[in-house]
Design a protein around this ligand. Structure first.
Ligand code: PMP
Ligand code: GLN
Length: 388
C-alpha cells in the first residue's frame, strides 16, 4: 500500500493528549493540559442550551451567525478601539486551532518563509510545514523571554510571507510589550509580510498589563490577522468556537479555506459565544483577577516546595525550573515522574520546540486555571513527595 502523507504520519501525538491520558491512568491531579475547572458563565451556557432546544440547528451561514460576527466586531471596538466591519472582516471557526489552519493553508504558498517564535504552541509548525511554508525560528531565552531583536530581524527577508506569534504567550506566559510589537510591525512593513497573531489569551493578563493587538499599530490594520477563542475567554475549552478578524482582502482567502475545512461551527455554541462577548467589562476584569490570584496561589506554593518560578504575565500557565529540587532527568522524565510518583501532572516545556532535544530540558509548565481545592491538592501532593 502507498504510504500516507509523510509529514503528518511522522508526527507524534500532541503532548496535551499524551499527558492527559497519563494523568487519567494514574488518577493524578492534571495541571498539564490547559482547561479550567470552572464551568464558565451561566448566562453563556444557558444561551447555548436555549438555542440548542429552541433555535435553528441547521447549517448556519458559512462565515458564522451574524449575532456572533457583530459581537466580535463590537468586542474589538470595546477592548482594542478597532473599527471592524462584521460582514467582510469577521469569520467564525471551530476553535482557534481551525483558525490557525485556515490562515496558514489560505495564506502560505509553498516555498514562502514563515517566521515563528519559540517556544511555540504545538499546532503551528506542522501546519506551517503542511502548507509548504519554510519555518524561520527565533528563540526567546528564559527567564526573561525578551524578544531578541537582531535574530528576529535576521529571520525576516523578502521571502517572508508572514510572522505567526502568540501574545499572551503559551507556554512561557510572556506578554509582548508595545515596543516589541512596534519592532515586529516594523519588520512586517519593511518586508511586506503579514502578522498572524494568536490572541486567545487576550483577557487572561495580569498585574495591570493591557493586551495590545498588533492590528492596532500604525499601518498594520490591513496586514494583520487576529485570532480569538471563546474557549479561553469564557472558560469553555470544549466548545471550540474561534474567530478571525482580518481586512476583507485577506479574509476572502481565509474564508475560502474555512469553507472546505469545517464550513460551519455549531450554531448554538456561536449564540453562546455571542452572549459572552457582550458581557459587561466587569466579567473580563474578574476573569483576569481570578486567574491572577490562582497564579499566585500556585506559584507561591511551588516556590515554597523548592521550584524556581519564572514570571507569568498572562495565560493559564506558570513555568517552573525543577533543578533546585535535585531532579536530574529531563523535563519529560520529570513530568512522568511527578504523575506516577506524586500524583500531579505537568507538561514538559521542550514539547513547545521544533527540536525538543535541543531545547531547554529543565522546565515544567503547570496550569493554574483550577479550583483552589484542585490547586491545593496538587500542592499538598508535590509537597509531600519532595519534602520526604
Ligand atoms: N493557541 C493557543 C496559544 C492555545 O493555547 C490554544 C489552546 N487551546 C489554541 C490556540 C487553540 O484554541 P481552541 O481550543 O480555541 O482551538
Ligand atoms: N491550549 C491548551 C494547552 O496549552 C491545550 C489545547 C489542546 O489540548 N489542544 O494546554
Amino acid at each position: 500500500m502507498k504510504s500516507a502523507n509523510s509529514l503528518m504520519s511522522g508526527l507524534g501525538t500532541t503532548v496535551f493528549e499524551v499527558m492527559s491520558a497519563l494523568a487519567r491512568e494514574h488518577q493524578s491531579v492534571n495541571l498539564g493540559q490547559g482547561f479550567p475547572d470552572d464551568k464558565g458563565p451561566e448566562e453563556v451556557r444557558a444561551a447555548a442550551a436555549d438555542y440548542l432546544l429552541n433555535g435553528h440547528n441547521q447549517y448556519p451561514p458559512m462565515m458564522g451567525i451574524p449575532e456572533l460576527r457583530q459581537a466580535v466586531a463590537d468586542h474589538a471596538k470595546r477592548f482594542q478601539g478597532l473599527e471592524v466591519d462584521w460582514q467582510t472582516e469577521v469569520l467564525v471557526t471551530s476553535g482557534a486551532t481551525e483558525a490557525l489552519g485556515d490562515c496558514l493553508l489560505g495564506l502560505v504558498e509553498p516555498g514562502d518563509e514563515v517566521v515563528l517564535i519559540e517556544p511555540l504552541y504545538d499546532s503551528y509548525l506542522p501546519m506551517v510545514r503542511r502548507a509548504g511554508g519554510i519555518p524561520k525560528l527565533v528563540r526567546l531565552e528564559p527567564p526573561t523571554w525578551r524578544l531578541p531583536r537582531e535574530e528576529l530581524a535576521a529571520a525576516f527577508s523578502d521571502r517572508t510571507k508572514l510572522i505567526l506569534f502568540n501574545t499572551p504567550m503559551n507556554p512561557c506566559s510572556k506578554v509582548f510589550d508595545r515596543e516589541e510589537l512596534d519592532f515586529i510591525a516594523g519588520l512586517c512593513l519593511k518586508h511586506d509580510a503579514y502578522a498572524v497573531c494568536d490572541e486567545v489569551y487576550e483577557h487572561i493578563i495580569f498585574d495591570d498589563r493591557r493586551h495590545v493587538s498588533i492590528m492596532t499599530l500604525p499601518d498594520m490594520r490591513a496586514r494583520t490577522v487576529r485570532i480569538g477563542s471563546a474557549g479561553k475567554s469564557f472558560s469553555l475549552t470544549g466548545w471550540k468556537v474561534g474567530y478571525i478578524t482580518a481586512a476583507p482582502d485577506l479574509m476572502k482567502t481565509i474564508a475560502k479555506t474555512h469553507q472546505f475545512m469545517t464550513f460551519t461551527t455549531p450554531p448554538n455554541l456561536q449564540w453562546g459565544a455571542a452572549t459572552g462577548l457582550r458581557l459587561a467589562d466587569g466579567y473580563y476584569s474578574t476573569l483576569a483577577a481570578d486567574m491572577q490570584r490562582k497564579r499566585d496561589r500556585l506559584a507561591v506554593a511551588l516556590a515554597d516546595i523548592g521550584f524556581d518560578i519564572l514570571p507569568a504575565h498572562g495565560t493559564y500557565f506558570v513555568t517552573t525550573d525543577f533543578r533546585p529540587l535535585g531532579f536530574n532527568g529531563t523535563d519529560d522524565d520529570f513530568c512522568r515522574h511527578i504523575t506516577v510518583e506524586a500524583g500531579v501532572t505537568a507538561v514538559p516545556v521542550s514539547a513547545f520546540y521544533d527540536e525538543p532535544l535541543r531545547a531547554p530540558r529543565h522546565f515544567a509548565r503547570f496550569c493554574f486555571c483550577k479550583h483552589d481545592e484542585t490547586l491545593d491538592k496538587a500542592i499538598d501532593r508535590l509537597g509531600r513527595h519532595f519534602r520526604k
